[in-house]
Design a protein around this ligand. Structure first.
Ligand code: SF4
Length: 709
């Protein structure tokens, strides 16, 4: 309580995967200020500009305040009755798999848990996927292949304790600013620390780089295969680690050596300077405490899983993981991408890090839930799901807290597909979400400052996001909406939740079910140590990194410190990787490579961040970055309005001519869309080609033509 009658409350930022703790000043029914939570381990008092403007994005204006059915405002009972009736009719006519859910890394873990249970366990459809598919699905697939678990082995502190930090496919300075601040401060404290940036674009992250490698787009796997060969050639392998804790090394190295692995050949293929490449290889090979931090530049590729694996191979070969300051570290984009995976929110997962094909998992989960009709095979991943809607196989889709008509590849086509879908249900808090234009049923959802539950950030840290303000209008929590619906569908007894603490407890119990770390089939994700929290204990829950169980009652900063992995053999796996170029090919009409990404001060499709005027100061309109040579060739000067044309659409923006942009490549931000600028939807230009293992779309590698307007 402050002397003015306000009070301070701890919660978590709802934007990026850093998951910063926020101290909010709550005055009556508003939040008057926010600051970084000094005791939250992720940010230790820091906030970036987006986080520090959180209180400026609130208020009832522009919120979805009441349910709507076919464009008419209705009360909740009517909306839920209609929804139950239409879902039931769809499944009765077309089978359980005719219904799907498309979820979001913006949801809280408790919302995600209830959605996964309702759709898979009780509606009997496997088609539950999430926008996290667009974010880190390749990293997940690679961790599972290599470690036997979707388990990030590192923590943020490792960035500060490393001797070498490699940022690859990550503009940390803009996309995870607080983590960048931590890294920058650590580098100032330790002048011996080196930072290498590997990225086709010169970004603000290069400000702290000792070495920059401006590689050709998509050549990452070739670069890391070359590193493995270099380590072998220079006797920098950790033979003892490989012998005791890994398998597959000899086959992997043999496959790598089938290609020309001389420095000159790799430098030529990656289009970088050979001396710089050798310097990077030498630094990596000779340091033990190396963190390779990667993000969408690696994941959003038709060979993203293999790129991640190529990185992991190098860390395993050098024994550079499971110890402070070392490891292959995937940083997620969204605030709760990891929490969604924990409950099983991907179409190829079942629940609590169990897959459909995990021995005994289907019976274990269906018995635990009392679920009558659990599917036995995985469902459609995001891009496949919308294709199934287009074919008329999926006829009802419930979309929560995400805006796929802006964020999915070929975004304009996605909008047409949804316009033709017989039943589109949208849970949303903002009226300016373009998706609402194609919704049959709109359900007003609570947003940040109202929602109450947990999120898990990129270092496996579970934090409370607390409900500080009352829901506006008739808005309800997502878990409540689904619970209310489940009752109408006859599943009420399995969804009798009255508080998120009860959902969290059930989730924690499921994570520990038949999960004995002494057994060979143990699961890395286990929060059974958090079972049984009453409401007060749940509300007071301090940030904690999973696993939390009998072996780790206080959580664990790092995984696999004992060199034991949850694979059949107990060893980590190296796997041969054949480098592949982007699947989207250039042509005479589309001769430029398109790269997409975020800007520092906006979030996703701008439905919230655009409400804070000062967040527009950094970049206030859509833009297209291009190299001076390409600008000259097309007769384009700085600031000119230009248009990109791709297979699926057009993008208009102002030219920003940059030497740090590679020749033949352009960059556009992914935030602006129909609601904000008319004709600047980056993902309309992206062809929906995906990684065959992870299903993640190749959002970093479009092909476009350019013309001045
Ligand atoms: Fe929020 Fe990410 Fe900024 Fe932290 S770094 S304040 S989590 S947007």
């Amino acid at each position: 309580q402050t002397d003015r009658g306000a009070c301070h409350a701890q919660t978590t930022c709802p934007y990026c995967g850093v998951g910063c703790g926020v101290r909010a000043t709550v005055s009556g029914e508003s939040i008057s200020a926010v600051e970084g939570d000094p005791v939250h381990p992720a940010n230790q008092g820091r906030l970036c500009v987006k986080g520090s403007a959180l209180h400026e994005t609130l208020g009832h204006a522009g919120r979805v305040l009441a349910p709507r059915v076919d464009g008419q405002t209705v009360d909740w009972d009517t909306a839920l009755d209609v929804l139950a009736r239409r879902l039931h009719a769809t499944q009765a006519a077309h089978g359980p798999g005719s219904v799907a859910a498309y979820l979001s890394g913006q949801l809280l873990t408790e919302d995600y848990y209830v959605a996964n249970k309702l759709f898979k366990g009780f509606l009997g459809t496997p088609h539950v996927d999430t926008n996290s598919r667009l974010c880190m699905a390749s990293a997940v697939a690679a961790y599972k292949r290599a470690f036997g678990a979707d388990a990030v082995p590192c923590c943020y502190e490792d960035l500060e304790r490393a001797e070498l930090v490699v940022l690859v496919g990550s503009n940390l300075a803009w996309n995870h600013p607080v983590l960048y601040q931590r890294l920058k401060a650590a580098k100032t404290r330790n002048p011996l620390m080196r930072v290498v940036v590997i990225d086709p674009r010169v970004t603000d992250s290069c400000d702290i780089a000792d070495l920059y490698l401006g590689i050709a787009p998509g050549s990452d796997a070739r670069l890391f295969n070359g590193l493995l060969a270099f380590m072998a050639r220079t006797n920098r392998l950790d033979r003892l680690y490989l012998e005791r804790h890994a398998e597959g090394f000899e086959e992997t190295l043999a496959a790598v050596l089938e290609d020309d692995t001389t420095i000159e050949a790799i430098a030529a293929d990656c289009d970088i300077d050979a001396e710089r490449l050798e310097t990077f290889y030498y630094w990596f090979a000779t340091q033990l405490h190396v963190v390779t931090l990667y993000s969408q530049g690696i994941n959003q590729s038709s060979s993203g899983t293999d790129k991640c694996q190529a990185i992991i191979n190098c860390h395993l070969a050098g024994g550079k993981l499971g110890l402070p300051g070392a490891g292959p570290f995937s940083i997620t984009g969204q605030p709760n991408a990891m929490g969604g995976r924990e409950v099983g929110g991907l179409a190829n997962q079942l629940a609590a890090h169990m897959d459909y094909h995990t021995p005994g998992a289907i019976e274990r989960v269906s018995t635990f839930w009392g679920a009558p009709s659990l599917p036995t095979e995985p469902g459609h991943k995001a891009v496949e799901l919308f294709e199934a809607i287009e074919r008329g196989e999926v006829r009802a889709v419930w979309i929560m807290a995400t805006n796929p008509v802006v964020s999915l590849p070929d975004a304009d086509r996605i909008k047409r597909i949804l316009a033709d879908c017989p039943l589109v249900i949208v849970s949303e808090c903002m009226e300016n979400a373009e998706l609402l234009e194609v919704a049959d049923i709109v359900l007003p959802a609570t947003g940040w400052s109202e929602k109450d539950g947990t999120v898990t950030n990129s270092e496996r840290c579970i934090s409370r996001q607390r409900g500080l303000l009352p829901p506006p209008g008739q808005a309800r929590h997502d878990w409540q909406i689904m619970t209310d619906l489940a009752g109408r569908l006859g599943f009420g007894s399995a969804f009798s939740y009255t508080h998120p603490a009860e959902i969290f407890d059930e989730h924690a119990r499921l994570s520990g079910l038949d999960n004995d770390p002494a057994r060979p089939d143990w699961r890395a994700f286990d929060i059974s140590g958090l079972c049984g929290l009453d409401r007060a204990a749940y509300d007071a829950l301090a940030p904690i990194q999973w696993p939390v169980n009998a072996d780790h009652p206080q959580g664990a900063a790092r995984l696999f410190e004992d060199g034991r992995f949850p694979t059949a053999s107990g060893r980590a796996r190296l796997l041969p990787v054949r480098p592949r170029l982007p699947a989207q090919t250039l042509s005479e009409t589309h001769p430029l490579r398109l790269n997409t990404g975020r800007v520092r001060d906006q979030w996703h499709t701008m439905t919230r961040t655009a409400r804070a005027a000062r967040l527009m100061n950094h970049r206030d309109e859509p833009f297209i970055e291009l190299n001076p040579f390409d600008a000259d060739a097309a007769g384009i000067e700085e600031g000119r309005l230009i248009e990109l044309a791709g297979e699926g659409g057009h993008y208009r923006g102002r030219a920003r001519i940059k030497r740090g942009q590679r020749r033949g490549e352009v960059f556009v931000p992914m935030h602006w869309n129909g609601a904000f600028s008319g004709r600047a939807k980056a993902n309309a230009l992206i062809t929906p080609l995906v990684d065959p293992i992870s299903g993640q779309p190749e959002s970093k590698h479009g092909a476009v033509g350019i013309q001045p307007l």
